[in-house]
Ligand binder design. Structure first.
Ligand code: SF4
Length: 225
């Protein structure tokens, strides 16, 4: 594929956005939550785990622990047991607990709404902070880059890079800021429903005319039967 100019790429992103909007008009964060604390905890739990599994766990977890102080004071073994099925549960329990201790000590038990304050919390990186800012506070501070966003950004020819922070830097100038959070939902939804890691459904893909399918084999020509 000849090198695409930035202007052409931005125009293609505009068209991609229109198609995604049409295809996934209700795209949203699939981690169930009813406040910023729940979303923060759910996002920490979602590392290396499906949203479906996290939701199963958090439905009970959030009944048991309702405030940052509840998480901060819980016996660690009890917390570990409650989140065990999400994997890496020892690390996650430690991170949730020390993160919530900091919320109690430095933020009066509330989740802060700035990138700097969020990423200063244990277990909270830029991706988690972007999820919380975008979905709990409606603040478009960056683009969430998870495994789906990274894969789609590459196949769609929007970023050739592998490092999530660099992919985010490539996406931000291409997408209008007020759509940064939605754009990552669209890529995540498309990654889960069409552009699978293995065997992507290119033949039926809603954005196929706009996709260079970088890194994938050519589609076999359709033969008359
Ligand atoms: S055409 Fe294929 S590679 Fe491109 S977005 Fe659609 S499913 Fe993914």
């Amino acid at each position: 594929m000849p090198r695409e100019s930035n202007a052409a790429k931005a125009e293609r992103v505009k068209q991609l956005i229109a198609r995604f909007q049409e295809t996934y008009p209700t795209a949203h964060c699939e981690l169930e939550h009813s406040n910023p604390l729940e979303l923060l905890v759910a996002t920490i739990l979602s590392a290396q785990c499906t949203d479906k599994r996290v939701n199963l766990v958090t439905r009970q977890l959030f009944n048991r622990y309702r405030t940052a102080a509840d998480f901060a004071q819980a016996p660690i073994s009890e917390l570990e047991e409650a989140i065990k099925t999400t994997g890496f549960f020892r690390n996650k329990a430690r991170n949730i607990q020390s993160c919530c201790q900091a919320l109690v000590e430095k933020h009066a038990g509330r989740v802060p709404s700035s990138m700097a304050e969020l990423t200063a919390l244990d277990g909270v990186g830029r991706k988690t902070a972007n999820v919380v800012l975008g979905n709990a506070f409606n603040i478009n501070c960056g683009v969430v880059v998870d495994t789906h966003v990274a894969r789609l950004a590459s196949r769609l020819g929007l970023s050739p890079r592998r490092d999530p922070a660099k992919i985010e830097q490539d996406l931000m100038p291409l997408v209008p800021q007020d759509q940064w959070t939605l754009f990552s939902h669209w890529l995540i939804w498309h990654g889960r429903r069409r552009c699978y890691a293995r065997n992507p459904g290119c033949l039926h893909c809603e954005v196929r005319p706009l996709c260079p399918r970088l890194g994938l084999k050519r589609l076999a020509p359709v033969t008359a039967s």
